[in-house]
Design a protein around this ligand. Structure first.
Ligand SMILES: *Cc1c(COP(=O)(O)O)cnc(C)c1O
Length: 429
């Protein structure tokens, strides 16, 4: 697969380079030169396949030159070796599509685990390298579990001390082995700055073989395309005719993957881009002005992003397909309405969490007659236990994935947001 840099179309790279670099020159995003097409006949065939076989078919359309279908099948099987996404009916016309049954209880497991398989398999000379990444919660856990015990790969995760929940910390700071976690006495921005400084230090980069694993990596998006096909396979012929999918958005990677699925030929009628009060995109879609504001903290904190990284990819997709951005539905939901939405879902017999509840709220408001709606369940409610318990006045039981870690010691190191300290650490550990 060839990819070009959205900021400089003459910079073209192969799949391996795109994965290793993450970003191109001027921090530009990579985008596939060709988007494969799945014909309606092929579609009806692949919808009958099981999740792993179908996902291999879809991914091999992009990367069959780099990786044979047989090898890819084994990698997909390893990457997606957890419970499949589930469709849970909420009302007659709306279901939740739950993507949170992986080891870290959020949809990020799909992308992170597939990326880890790709990085591992493209490392043909068995070089050792270091993955350095900053997290505000969910990504770190997914990345840590995805690379856990992989040979020759050392993972270092920075996170702001005291600014992620104890449950989140327990999920990835108790692993040990090749996973090192460092709490930084500062904010998430401080963590991200340290990572940037490390990547700017050419000598350090070479010495320890630095590689990024952040959310803009193209391999993560490819993996996420697969579950949109799974969603489609789980609904009836009638429901497929007018399918609307509501996506809770932060960096807009999940929505990009959905739109890629549609480009491939999956006939999804419409998407709803759902945000919390960090509503740069909804305001842009309304008045065509791109005016990010300062990021606001909300109860759906994985969506607290006012400059979504993946938006240029979405614009590119609309342009290349001759789609009209006016057809992208959208909305933003306040914390107060998010809480009411969680309560409403609970009355319907479903325990949810803030991110999915935002998508449900906009879906139920905007769904038209004859349409069928899915909203994406991006995280397990237990990940937001305190918030959800306060809203519902009801206790939430922890699933095994967290339960088995709550009594283990936290193994994190702690440093000040000082690049020299981090550099010493990276060189000496
Ligand atoms: C990361 C995340 C999101 C946002 O997904 P994007 O792909 O960044 O738009 C939504 N909900 C949860 C629970 C997340 O962890």
């Amino acid at each position: 697969m060839k990819l070009y840099n959205l900021k400089n179309h003459s910079e073209q790279v192969n799949f391996e380079t795109a994965i290793k670099l993450g970003l191109g020159q001027q921090q530009g995003l990579f985008f596939p030169v060709k988007i494969p097409i799945i014909t309606p006949f092929e579609l009806s065939e692949i919808l009958k396949m099981d999740f792993i076989t179908r996902s291999t078919e879809i991914l091999s359309k992009f990367i069959d030159r780099e990786i044979s279908k047989q090898i890819l099948y084994e990698q997909v099987k390893k990457a997606f070796s957890f419970k499949k996404p589930l469709k849970v009916p909420i009302t007659k016309h709306i279901s939740c599509f739950e993507l949170f049954h992986g080891p870290t209880l959020a949809f990020k497991d799909f992308g992170a685990r597939f990326m880890a398989q790709m990085i591992f398999s493209l490392n043909k000379n068995n070089e050792s390298f270091t993955i350095l990444t900053a997290t505000s919660g969910d990504t770190g856990a997914a990345v840590a579990h995805a690379f856990y015990k992989m040979k020759n790969i050392r993972v270092i995760i920075l996170y702001p001390k005291g600014k992620i929940s104890l449950l989140q910390e327990q999920l990835f700071c108790t692993l040990g082995e090749n996973i090192t976690t460092i709490s930084i006495n500062g904010s998430f921005d401080d963590c991200q700055n340290l990572v940037k400084q490390a990547f700017d230090d050419k000598k350090l980069k070479e010495l320890i073989g630095l590689n990024s694993a952040n959310s803009i990596n193209i391999s993560r998006l490819l993996a996420q395309i697969c579950y949109y096909f799974e969603a489609f396979s789980l609904i009836s012929e009638q429901e497929r005719k007018n399918l609307v999918i509501a996506v809770p958005c932060g960096n807009f990677g999940n929505l990009t993957a959905g739109l890629l699925a549609k480009s491939l030929g999956l006939p999804i009628k419409s998407f709803i881009a759902c945000t919390n009060s960090n509503d740069t995109v909804p305001r842009f879609l309304k008045n065509k002005q791109w005016k990010p504001k300062k990021t606001i903290s909300t109860i759906s904190n994985a969506m607290d992003i006012s400059q979504p990284n993946n938006w240029p990819r979405i614009e590119e997709l609309f342009q290349r397909n001759n789609w009209n951005l006016n057809n992208l539905r959208f909305g933003s939901v306040s914390d107060n309405d998010t809480k009411n939405s969680i309560k409403e879902l609970f009355k319907l017999g479903y325990t949810s969490e803030p991110h999915a509840a935002i998508a449900y709220k906009l879906l139920s408001d905007q769904l038209q007659e004859n349409e069928y709606g899915l909203f994406l369940g991006t995280a397990h409610p237990a990940k937001f236990k305190n918030t959800v318990e306060q809203i519902l006045k009801n206790s939430i039981t922890l699933p095994d994935e967290i339960n088995c870690r709550v009594n283990l010691p936290l193994l994190s190191h702690n440093i000040n947001p000082d690049f020299c300290k981090l550099k010493n650490f990276l060189l000496n550990k």
